[in-house]
Design a protein around this ligand. Structure first.
Ligand SMILES: CC(C)(COP(=O)(O)OP(=O)(O)OC[C@H]1O[C@@H](n2cnc3c(N)ncnc32)[C@H](O)[C@@H]1OP(=O)(O)O)[C@@H](O)C(=O)NCCC(=O)NCCS
Length: 194
């Protein structure tokens, strides 16, 4: 990591006693502060896309955003996580995925980032995950160093592609199969082998 030590301390800079991690789940009330931080981390994303992703985080069971709170309750960072069924380089799912981690600049370099990762690792374990994973932009060498320092191993360097398929087409109706005499339909959970 490039040697970038703490620059001129601002009045708002945390004091050593503030360095304890306090994480709470983001709610709609945190929207503005959360959005400001997201805009700093993902500067090329438009507001509509931020709103879509944030709404999804708030409404899904397998996604969450945890906010780091300063002693005065101000949100000074976030970690966004999902449970993914499969991740390249990880054997089997679910895999705990760190989608993004961010601290406002005056709260960096205090060891809070590693503590945030430790906290979500605990939660992933309780959700049946045997591994956690993440990614970093190819030119964000600070982030790559951060993940290496925390014991994450690099798996792949890839180029991702996409091609639009246009508006979705409804699948053709499937003919209903007649149940043979005497055959009983199992409840859905049993059919899935549970
Ligand atoms: C990644 C991030 C959450 C790490 O959290 P953190 O609490 O700063 O982590 P650490 O305290 O372990 O600091 C990591 C290193 O960055 C250095 N550092 C980063 N920013 C710093 C700052 N503003 N002041 C001082 N040191 C800083 C630390 O000295 C430390 O290096 P060292 O371990 O060699 O001393 C945080 O740096 C951040 O928000 N970065 C911008 C967003 C980003 O790139 N996220 C990752 C991609 S999703």
């Amino acid at each position: 990591m490039k040697p970038k030590r703490k620059t001129a301390a601002k009045d708002s800079a945390p004091k050593p006693e503030d360095e304890k991690l306090r994480l709470t789940a983001a709610t709609r009330r945190d929207y503005a502060a959360w959005l400001d931080m997201r805009k700093d981390l993902y500067s090329d994303v438009d507001d509509e896309f931020h709103a879509l992703e944030m709404d999804l985080m708030l409404s899904s069971d397998d996604r969450a955003c945890l906010l780091v709170r300063a002693p005065d309750d101000e949100a000074v960072g976030f970690i966004e996580i999902t449970l993914r069924n499969a991740v390249d380089g990880c054997l089997g799912g679910p895999v705990g995925y760190i989608e993004g981690i961010y601290l406002i600049p005056t709260w960096r370099g205090l060891g809070l980032g590693p503590a945030m990762v430790d906290a979500v690792a605990e939660w992933f374990r309780t959700q049946g995950c045997r591994a956690m994973a993440t990614d970093a932009e190819i030119d964000n060498e600070d982030a790559q160093q951060f993940w290496n320092d925390l014991g994450f191993e690099e798996t792949y360097r890839i180029v991702q592609y996409r091609k639009s398929l246009g508006a979705p087409v409804a699948p053709p109706p499937q003919p209903k199969r007649r149940a043979s005499k005497g055959a009983r339909k199992k409840p859905a959970a049993k059919r899935r082998g549970r």
